[in-house]
Design a protein around this ligand. Structure first.
Ligand SMILES: [Zn+2]
Ligand SMILES: [Zn+2]
Length: 412
């Protein structure tokens, strides 16, 4: 699907869209500047400095160094609030963007390619920061267009170890208290000109584990003197597949993947130990704690039956991204106005990928959504985290427009 955004005949040339379209060259410039200097989680020094400078230049009140490298900007609307019976006459809405890059060597041959060896904005967080910055600047110029307060949260370390939780702990949702939050992910799994949004679960809970099977090594020809950690591992890996197949309600989606298995040094030596690592994904928050217990039960039972021991390290990383129904409806209605076609709003957009936006959504009602950014005609359709990932920058102004229209609807 091709976007109707940039050359639609029905474009409102006097309103929000026109003003935001004029921001597009600026958005592209900012995004490319950020793209050239990617930084890993909690090391976003140049990134934060760049964002803070732009906020400063625009006269936007902000605080830096929140949860190490995070930034919070505050813009107060000047419109008189409507007494709409909601009770809170001056709501506070937060917009969240992440800033970090990945340890990937960029293979794109573009003028704005990464200048940091081995690091790359391969998930689009450079775009998220540019969109949030553009939103902040637009709102600062148009304070008459909304009532209440908007907080723009620039969060570190989404790719790991997670910057959302420390930012919440640092108090970003307080003073003034945030009533709701929205955020977006540029999304190459959807074409430019579409928005993926739905109430309820959008992205999965992420858990991971490392397990070492402690057997007893020996001669490959004398297995009776050993406890073969490779054979024990094989049984465990097969048995772990039964968790999703036989224990989880088939209506609930879930994944158990073993992505790493290391054992042995030589073909005629029985391995003393074997090490496996895996990841677990699911949507239903009621399954929290279930996989940890079941995985340990299986590992423990098989080890016991085989005379092996084990060492298991299990971690719950991010909860599932669960959208509030009302906030999802707000974003859906706005998205339909922006893409100008109901077909461009796609509710079938769930993914088992994870996101620490989930912590914000646990704390306050909100909505996270996908902004389609793939454009195969321009060879901009590589998946996220690919060394040739890039997106169609036309999506940048669309992101700003969706945020601004949501703010004007919510803060009114
Ligand atoms: Zn990513
Ligand atoms: Zn991402």
């Amino acid at each position: 699907m091709v976007s109707t955004f940039s050359n639609s005949a029905s474009v409102d040339l006097s309103g929000v869209r026109f003003t935001i379209r004029n921001l597009q060259p600026q958005l592209v410039e900012w995004r490319r500047r950020l793209h050239q200097k990617p930084e890993l989680g909690f090391k976003e020094k140049l990134t934060a400095e760049f964002i803070a400078n732009k906020l400063q230049e625009s006269g936007i009140e902000h605080q830096t160094g929140v949860a190490q490298t995070g930034i919070v900007a505050i813009i107060k609307g000047e419109k008189s609030p409507l007494n709409n019976g909601r009770g809170n006459l001056a709501p506070t809405l937060a917009i969240r963007a992440d800033m970090d890059a990945l340890p990937i060597q960029e293979l794109n041959e573009v003028p704005y390619r990464s200048q940091h060896d081995g690091l790359m904005h391969a998930c689009g967080h450079d775009g998220h920061s540019a969109i949030a910055l553009g939103t902040a600047c637009y709102l600062q110029q148009n304070r008459h267009s909304f009532a209440g307060t908007v907080k723009i949260i620039f969060q570190p370390a989404e790719e790991g170890p997670g910057g959302a939780k420390p930012m919440i702990e640092a108090g970003v949702l307080k003073n003034p208290d945030v009533d709701a939050i929205i955020g977006l992910h540029l999304w190459n799994n959807l074409p430019l000109g579409t928005v993926g949004v739905r109430p309820g679960a959008l992205m999965a809970a992420v858990e991971s584990f490392d397990c070492t099977i402690l057997g007893k090594g020996g001669h490959g020809a004398m297995p009776h003197q050993t406890v073969d950690s490779v054979v024990v591992s094989a049984q465990i890996i097969n048995a772990l597949q039964t968790i999703v197949a036989r224990n989880v309600n088939p209506i609930d989606s879930a994944v158990v993947t073993i992505g790493e298995l290391h054992a042995g040094t030589k073909r005629n030596v029985i391995a003393d130990t074997a090490r496996m690592s895996g990841t677990v994904r699911y949507f239903n928050p009621e399954l929290s704690g279930f996989f940890k217990a079941r995985i340990e039960q299986i590992i423990s039972g098989i080890c016991q039956s085989q005379g092996a021991n084990y060492d298991l390290n299990y971690r719950s990383l991010y909860p599932a991204v669960i959208n509030d129904a009302k906030m999802a409806e707000l974003v859906r209605a706005v998205a339909e106005e922006v893409v100008e076609t109901p077909l461009g709003v796609i509710p079938e957009c769930q993914t088992m990928g994870g996101e620490d936006m989930s912590f914000f959504l646990q704390a306050v009602p909100g909505c996270y959504f996908f902004l389609g950014s793939a454009n195969p005609a321009k060879d901009l359709a590589y998946p996220h985290h690919h060394p040739r990932f890039d997106f169609d920058e036309t999506a940048l102004a669309m992101g700003v427009e969706i945020f601004v229209r949501c703010i004007e609807k919510f803060c009114n």
